[in-house]
Design a protein around this ligand. Sequence first.
Ligand code: T1G
Ligand code: NAD
Length: 645
Amino acid sequence: MSVVTITRMGAIAIVTVDNPPVNALGLALRQGLWEAVDTLDADPDIAAAILICAGRTFIAGADVTEFGKPPVAPHLPDLVAHIEAAAKPWIAAIHGSALGGGLEIAMGCRFRVALDTAMLGLPEVTLGIIPGAGGTVRTPRLVGVAAAVDLVTSGRPVQAVKARAMGLLDAVVTGDLRAGALDFASAALNQPLPLPVSARPAPVADPGFWADQEAAIAKRAKGEMAPLRALAAIRKATELPFAEAMAFEREGFLALRGSDQAAALRAVFFAERAAPRPAHLKDVSALPLRRVGVIGGGTMGAGIAAALRDAGLPVVLVERDALALERGLDNLKAIFDGGVKRGKLAPEQAVARMNGVTGTTDYADLADIDLVIEAVFETIEVKRAVFADLGRSCRPDAVLATNTSYLDPRLIAEGLPHPGRFIGLHFFSPANVMKLLEIVPTPDTAPETLATGFALGRALGKVPVQAGICEGFIGNRILKRYRAAAETLVRQGVAIADIDAAMRQYGFAMGPFEAQDLGGLDIAFLQREGARLAGQQVAETLGDILVRAGRKGQKTGGGWYDYTPGERRPQPSAEVAALLAGAISPGAELEPAEIAARLVAEMAAEGTAILSEGVARSPADIDLVEIHGYGFPRWRGGPMFASHR
Ligand code: T1G
Ligand code: NAD
């Protein structure tokens, strides 16, 4: 079956691409489009061509699976030029997502028309590369310099209406795309044709513009190469003749294509797409999810309820008493009001989100719930009491899940009727923002319960990763090793601030000590104290010394660092130096790269142990946990990827 077919509607040819799943520009498609240009140019009865796609989307870009191989002609920039130079003007008719090479193909067309629901973008930088088929050279000619810089260096797609306003589209249609494109073509062909995009003048930016953009992007990119290279290519598009600018872009694309950062981002790209549909569950049906219960309206319960509402699921929020329920509903409303303040939600959407929440203190209101997520206090007694109530109040087939961070889900579920429906669903705070969801089955968890956990992950747009039962599952277990390794460096005389600076330079938003001051040192301290009380041998940590001295982090005005009241900037602390003096033997002099290498190696070592114990199913899963739960820099690929380069 050919991936390109041509049908004729009078003088208009309809060129249909059908290359599932996303019409990616593999070799066969490139060849098919090349031949279609020649066929239609040779057909005297054809005046114009409409390029349209079958399936879920317009062309979603180059075929990422080809990236690891040498490029094969016809190369994409040549194909775009071939379409642009066609004697018969082409009109791109876009639905779904026109991304990367797909948008570049569309920019080679004389016109671009899209459904109002379509998205258009140049996400190449998210793959560690830059557009390689004219995206940095044609885009500024269509939308101007500032909009081109934002589109290309951020990789963020734009919706059709905004794309039309920017000049990326010539028209937005609703309903039947093919009919709308035909109407547009008929009207457009009665007018003088616009110049091909490459022949249009390139806009010029104010002198200071490039310096400002370079500084802003360098700050945001934190070592990632592609965004700055994309900026340079757009600048050349405004300063050089088209062909020279194209050559500069191609050189940058080819240079980045083989880079470690591109390899890392490609690995993450495919891991993220595989995660929500694990192969071992492909023949297992998930249970229907129509209404979800959340027990506890605190930090996590409110965040989880918000995530459920964002996904359009009705929620029953259960709290222990009327006052706590009122507080829980206020927590939830505050999340949506924050979304309105940030322009993420319209006021009426925030109201609708809350209208989909039923607050109650009566577990009987869970009688018809499909799935319940418990997010109450992290003590086994409270959790076991809650699940005893749930076992009595919910349907026998209702999935019951715990959001515990450290307790053993098997102990929480002990004695629960129908234990096959129990599972751990470990969300990360804030639960309506963080993408990671650790899915933790017990030995009794039924396959369809596990499949339902993944189905919930998909519904919420999460990155779900299955984890076995151990202390901290995957992420918190690696975090504990990371923090211990960082403390070891402190004991060897490496300055706390140098360690944080090294990890920020590596690409983390913040270092391990800054992060503890933000989250609070007491959470981990209480875990250690609990283990000690339970009779476990848990060595004294430097963090213990600080917490015992009342230094719990920013919330107490000081933790690993001092903080000026009202400020959040960490300042090295003389008190901390004095408190830890007895535990530090000065002498270690480490470069930032060495500090980062040692700490990442420790994460990878724990990841290897986690793999060998079967707690994680693959190294890629561990990398997804670190990237989406703990801020590991995406363009490094994760500790497992980074340590095996
Ligand atoms: N190439 C190959 N396969 C792709 C693909 C691509 N570009 N995009 C998606 N897939 C596969 C994916 O692995 C999955 O496979 C299936 O399609 C469905 O994906 C020259 C060089 C288009 C918005 O970055 O953003 O063009 O698991 O689950 O949720 O300048 O896929 O079914 O076997 O994500 O409906 C630029 C990346 C490339 C687009 C659809 N393009 N893709 O989302 O489906 S670089 C991109 C997406 C480039 C040029 C440069 C999304 C989507 P499987 P999915 P979805
Ligand atoms: P929290 O103290 O903010 O909220 C707990 C809520 O549970 C309170 O509102 C309390 O009123 C309610 N509650 C207590 N007993 C109840 C009962 N019998 N019925 C109904 N509601 C009851 O705690 P949190 O930070 O939201 O943590 C909740 C759970 O999520 C814990 O197991 C924690 O380990 C886990 N968790 C926390 C984080 C985090 O960063 N805070 C991250 C992941 C997981």
